[in-house]
Design a protein around this ligand. Structure first.
Ligand code: ADP
Ligand code: MG
Length: 552
C-alpha cells in the first residue's frame, strides 16, 4: 500500500507533502475511521451503558453517557470521523436525543457496506440501496407509530423516563419526569389548527449543588442566582417596575486615551465632581423611568450603588446574558442598551421576591408565563450530567407533544423495521437488494448492543425478538431490567417517532457520504495529520485518529 502511494509520487500538481489515496483504499480508510467513532460510543448505549470520563487539554473532567457530548469533547482530528460527529450534532439539534443510536447505526451501515464492496458490488448500488431502505424504513416508522395526546401525562412521563434511563438523571427519574412533563405542558399552547406548539424559550433550567436531585422543583417565572449590589436595598416587591439594562452604570471612559493632567487639588476635585455628577445623572434617569428593580448585565459603580440604595431601588449587576433574555420573556419586556434613551415605557411590571435561604431572586410577570426548573445535585459533576440528561428529556418530551407520535423502545422498533425491510428487499431488483438487506441487519445492531451492554446474550435475544415479530408482535422489545422480551410500550419504554426517523435518515446520509468518496487528496501527510501517531498506511487503520486517544 505505501508502495502504491510512492508510485503516485510523480503527481507534480501537488505539493511535496501531499498524499493521495484512491478507490478501495480510500473507502477502506474512510470506513475504518468512521467505524472507530461509532465504536467509541457504542458501549454507552442504553440504560445499562457505561459512562465515559473525558479529560480535556485543560485537565477538566466530564463524566458522561451522552453521545454528542463524548464526541464533541473527543478532539477528533480526522475529516471522515468528523463527518460522523456531525451526524451526532444534527441528531442533537433536530431531536435532542438518539445521538448514540444514530452514530452506532452509521458505523454498522459502513461495516456492512464494506462486506458488499468486498463482494465487488459497486458503491453506487450500495448507496442507492441504502437510500431506498432509509426512505422505506421512515415510512414504516410513521405507520407503526402510536399517536398520543398532549395531555397524556402518563405516556409523556414514560417518554421522559426512557430518555433519562442510563443517564445521571436516572436515580430520580420519576421525580424529574414529573417535573419535566409539567414544565413542558406549562409552556405548550394549542394553535388554531389544534396542533400543539411548545415554546422552550419560556422554560429555563437553573442548577444548584449541595442537595439531592429529588428536591428539584418547578417554579413559575425566573430564578436569578444573584445578590443585591448593596445591603441597604429592598429585596421584595409585590408590584415592581422592572428594568432590564444592558449598559454599565459607571463613568464613561473617554473614547481616546486622553491623559488627564491634574495640576492642583482644585482641579482634581473638579474632575471627581464631574464623575460624581455623571453617575448621579445616570441614577436619576433610572429613577425617572419609574424603575424599582434593575437587572443590569454590566457593572454598577460603587457610588451609583449607594445612590440607588438611597432611592430604594434594588439593583443586581453582571446578570448572565441568558438570564436577561429569559427575564425579557417572562416579563414581556425589552432590554435597554443605553441609559440615555431610557423612558417609562421600558420598565415592565412584575413581582420580585428574595429567597433568603437559597440566596436567589424569584421574578414573575403579570401573566405568569415562563417557568424555571430548579435542578439540584450533590456536586458539580453530578449536576452537570443531570442537566444534560434533563435537557435531552425536555427536548424529547417537547418533540413528542408537538409531533404526537411515539414508538416502543428497547429495540422493538428496529427489529420490526428490519423484518419489514427484508420483506421489502424482495421487491428491489439487482444488487440494491443486498444493500437493503444490509440496512435491515444494521438496524438490528441496536437491540444487539442493548443486550451486550446489559451483559445479556445478544444472539439468543435477537432470535427471540425476531420470532416474536414474525409472530406478529410489533412491540416486542428487550427490557434490559427484566432481561425479557416483552411489549416494551406497555412496559413504559417509549420513544419519540421523530427522533427515530431522524436517526435513520442521518445515519444513512452519513454512510452514503463516506461511501461516495473514492479519492482522498490530502495537502499533508494523511497518516500523521491526525496527531502524534507514527506512520501507518491509511488503509491499515486509523492513523489519522491519533487525536482520539488522548480523550478516551
Ligand atoms: P441515544 O443517545 O441513542 O439516545 P441512549 O443511551 O439514550 O442512546 O439509549 C437509547 C436506547 O435505549 C433506545 O434504543 C431505548 O429504547 C433504549 N432503552 C431505554 N430504556 C430501556 C429499557 N428499560 N430497556 C431496554 N432498552 C431501553
Ligand atoms: Mg437517549
Amino acid at each position: 500500500m505505501s508502495q502504491r502511494m510512492q508510485q503516485g509520487q510523480p503527481m507534480v500538481i501537488m505539493g511535496d507533502d501531499a498524499q493521495r489515496v484512491k478507490d478501495k483504499d480510500a473507502q477502506e480508510y474512510n470506513i475504518s475511521a468512521a467505524r472507530g467513532v461509532a465504536e467509541a460510543v457504542r458501549s454507552t448505549l442504553g440504560p445499562k451503558g457505561m459512562d465515559k470520563m473525558l479529560v480535556d487539554s485543560m485537565g477538566d473532567v466530564t463524566i458522561t453517557n451522552d453521545g454528542v457530548t463524548i464526541l464533541q469533547t473527543m478532539d477528533i482530528d480526522n475529516p471522515t470521523a468528523e463527518m460522523i460527529v456531525e451526524v451526532a450534532e444534527t441528531q442533537e439539534d433536530e431531536a435532542g436525543d438518539g445521538t448514540t443510536s444514530a452514530v452506532a447505526i452509521a458505523g454498522e451501515l459502513l461495516k456492512n457496506a464494506e462486506d458488499l464492496l468486498e463482494q465487488d458490488i459497486h458503491p453506487t448500488a450500495v448507496i442507492k440501496g441504502f437510500n431506498l431502505a432509509s426512505e422505506y424504513a421512515r415510512e414504516q416508522v410513521d405507520e407503526l407509530a402510536t399517536e398520543i395526546d398532549a395531555e397524556d401525562t402518563a405516556t409523556l412521563k414514560s417518554v421522559a423516563e426512557t430518555s433519562m434511563t442510563g443517564k445521571g438523571a436516572e436515580l430520580e427519574k420519576e421525580v424529574l419526569a414529573d417535573l419535566i412533563v409539567r414544565a413542558i405542558q406549562g409552556v405548550t399552547v394549542e394553535a388554531d389548527d389544534g396542533s400543539h406548539v411548545v415554546d422552550l424559550a419560556n422554560l429555563n433550567i437553573e442548577t444548584r449543588t449541595g442537595r439531592s436531585a429529588s428536591e428539584s422543583r418547578l417554579v413559575s417565572g425566573a430564578v436569578i442566582d444573584k445578590d443585591p449590589v448593596h445591603d441597604d436595598m429592598p429585596t421584595d416587591f409585590e408590584d415592581a417596575n422592572v428594568l432590564l439594562l444592558n449598559d454599565a452604570i459607571e463613568v464613561e471612559e473617554a473614547d481616546v486615551d486622553t491623559a488627564v493632567n491634574v495640576e492642583s487639588p482644585d482641579q482634581l476635585q473638579r474632575f471627581l465632581d464631574q464623575e460624581e455628577e455623571q453617575l448621579r445623572e445616570k441614577v436619576d434617569q433610572i429613577v425617572e423611568s419609574g424603575a424599582d428593580v434593575v437587572f443590569c448585565q454590566k457593572g454598577i459603580d460603587d457610588l451609583a450603588q449607594h445612590y440607588l440604595a438611597k432611592e430604594g431601588i434594588l439593583a443586581v449587576r453582571r446578570t448572565k446574558k441568558s438570564d436577561m433574555t429569559f427575564l425579557k420573556n417572562v416579563l414581556d419586556s425589552v432590554i435597554v442598551t443605553d441609559i440615555d434613551s431610557l423612558s417609562s415605557e421600558d420598565v415592565a411590571p412584575g413581582t420580585v421576591q428574595r429567597d433568603t435561604a437559597e440566596e436567589l431572586f424569584h421574578v414573575e410577570g403579570p401573566d405568569a408565563h415562563g417557568a424555571t426548573l430548579l435542578l439540584y445535585g450533590s456536586t458539580e459533576h453530578v449536576v452537570d450530567e443531570l442537566e444534560r440528561g434533563v435537557n435531552d428529556a425536555i427536548d424529547v418530551v417537547a418533540t413528542t407533544v408537538s409531533d404526537g407520535r411515539t414508538l416502543p423502545g428497547g429495540g422493538a422498533i428496529e427489529v420490526e423495521l428490519a423484518r419489514r425491510l427484508r420483506d421489502y428487499a424482495d421487491s428491489v431488483s439487482g444488487r440494491e437488494q443486498l444493500a437493503v438487506e444490509a440496512f435491515a441487519d444494521s438496524l438490528e445492531l441496536i437491540p444487539r448492543v442493548l443486550a451486550e451492554n446489559a451483559g445479556l446474550d445478544s444472539i439468543d435475544l435477537l432470535v427471540d425478538l425476531r420470532a416474536a415479530h414474525d409472530a406478529g408482535d410489533e412491540n416486542a422489545g428487550l427490557n434490559v431490567f427484566s432481561g425479557e422480551v416483552e411489549d416494551t410500550f406497555d412496559a413504559g419504554v417509549v420513544e419519540t417517532a421523530h427522533a427515530k426517523e431522524q436517526a435513520i435518515a442521518s445515519a444513512a446520509e452519513a454512510a452514503n457520504l463516506v461511501l461516495k468518496i473514492d479519492d482522498i487528496i490530502s495537502a499533508g501527510d494523511l497518516s500523521t495529520s491526525g496527531g502524534d501517531d507514527e506512520g501507518g498506511a491509511p488503509g491499515g487503520g486509523m492513523g489519522g485518529m491519533g487525536g482520539m486517544g488522548g480523550a478516551m
